[in-house]
Design a protein around this ligand. Structure first.
Ligand SMILES: Cc1cc2nc3c(=O)[nH]c(=O)nc-3n(C[C@H](O)[C@H](O)[C@H](O)COP(=O)(O)OP(=O)(O)OC[C@H]3O[C@@H](n4cnc5c(N)ncnc54)[C@H](O)[C@@H]3O)c2cc1C
Length: 381
């Protein structure tokens, strides 16, 4: 079999991999992206991105929206499942609904990297100072961007032995023309978020043009399907979704940044996105950290100028810590209160406009206090 050489091999063509490839191509490197799927492919995800993601990707929204779903979100309905809820509005779009099958394909094609699609990483061995992947790709640097179950992350292992707590989630996406959703609904530009009564997760109903994405994620891995079924039944009872859903719920898992123990780099290897375990605690948003980590990694790789020793890649870990903080589990607020009282108080807070707007949406979901990272040679914060 003939060997193909490239400067950098990116494993995984999701938002992390395609963003890193895009930036490295702009710096003149020969980049090859390998993905086990052919594109367009779907990815289990609610498909919600913030304006920070749009800025970090330098997305031209008019170009993107030509023939693709792009739903500006200007309002939220937030509460607890079967509990009280609050409606909040914004003057401008604070979020966008995209379809991952379209978004990921768009970003991957835009990267201008060479593509090896429909090929899974089967082997990765060191050979004469380089990596030999699948016996046919030779490179000095492998970027692991293969998501939560990335084979490159598995090769690197974890930093500590106690393991990682994962978030598990299921979603389904189906076509419901916006005008067929009934007058009583919250409106085509409103995202609905409902926390589980035990506060260990939340369900969502997210519009994107003629599509709806419905799902639920939890930090507790037990009986997820039961929680999803109950949430689906409740949404159907209140007429928020059709009685018959055309597709089934699909699941996936990921690691929150504060829980992650992944080893981020080694000689000739660096992890980005879900492969590095970077999703935001509380919201579980992973696309923004995937893209920001890709921008940071691209800067470090460029500066390394072909010498991808562990020492030369080490500033990547420092810059991630600077951007996202320490990797240690968050202490639950008011942990000293009895659990039932905490849940009771939380349900009350989740029904107030002040808390849902300033804390839940602005702080937990939009991270509006954190300025977007801009692409370019220094990936400035
Ligand atoms: C139900 C659910 C809802 C979510 N909703 C949101 C949301 O609304 N907004 C948000 O910001 N985040 C959301 N997330 C998180 C978000 O989906 C991820 O954080 C994001 O996709 C990470 O991007 P990535 O590029 O790191 O990995 P991925 O998007 O997972 O891409 C990894 C790629 O690697 C490829 N790959 C995997 N293994 C191999 C292999 N062995 N060989 C070759 N290729 C391989 C895969 O095919 C895939 O294309 C959600 C997650 C779940 C589970």
């Amino acid at each position: 079999m003939q060997t193909q050489a490239c400067d950098v091999l990116v494993v995984g063509g999701g938002p992390a991999g395609s963003t890193c490839a895009w930036q490295l191509r702009q710096a003149g490197l020969d980049v090859l992206v390998m993905d086990k799927h052919t594109f367009p492919r779907d990815k289990v995800c609610a498909g919600w991105i913030t304006p920070a993601v749009v800025a970090s990707l330098g997305l031209d929204l008019d170009d993107y929206a030509a023939g693709r779903a792009l739903q500006p979100i200007r309002g939220f309905r937030i509460g607890t499942i079967r509990g009280a809820e609050a409606n909040i509005r914004y003057d401008a779009a604070v979020s966008f609904g995209i379809r991952r099958c379209e978004f990921d394909d768009y970003l991957l094609r835009r990267s201008m990297a060479r593509l090896a699609l429909g090929e899974s990483v089967k082997s990765m061995v060191r050979d004469q100072g380089a990596w030999l992947v699948n016996g046919r790709f030779r490179t000095k640097l492998v970027v692991g961007a293969g998501g939560n179950f990335c084979p490159v992350a598995r090769l690197l292992g974890v930093d500590r032995e106690e393991g990682e707590a994962i978030v598990v989630a299921q979603e389904t996406e189906f076509r419901v023309p916006a005008r067929g959703r009934g007058e009583s609904g919250p409106g085509a530009d409103v995202a609905q978020i409902y926390f589980c009564p035990d506060l260990k997760g939340y369900g969502w109903c997210f519009p994107k043009g003629d599509y709806l994405n419905v799902g639920l994620g939890r930090e507790d891995t037990h009986r997820l399907s039961e929680h999803v079924e109950q949430f689906r039944g409740w949404l159907q009872q209140r007429g928020a979704i059709p009685d018959e859903l055309p597709g089934r719920f699909c699941g996936h898992a990921y690691v929150l940044y504060t829980e992650s123990r992944r080893r981020l780099l080694d000689d000739g290897v660096i992890l980005i996105g879900d492969a590095a375990g970077l999703a935001y605690p509380r919201s579980g948003e992973g696309i923004r950290p995937a893209i920001e980590s890709a921008l940071i990694a691209a800067t470090i790789i460029r500066d390394a100028a072909g010498n991808y020793s562990r020492a030369n890649l080490a500033p990547y870990a420092e810059r991630l810590a600077h951007r996202f903080g320490d990797r240690k589990p968050e202490r639950e607020a008011a942990a000293w209160l009895p659990q039932r009282l905490r849940h009771f108080l939380a349900a009350k807070l989740l029904a107030t406009k002040w808390f849902t707007r300033n804390v839940v949406v602005d702080r937990w979901f939009l991270h509006s206090g954190q300025r977007p990272m801009v692409p370019g040679p220094r990936a400035a914060e």
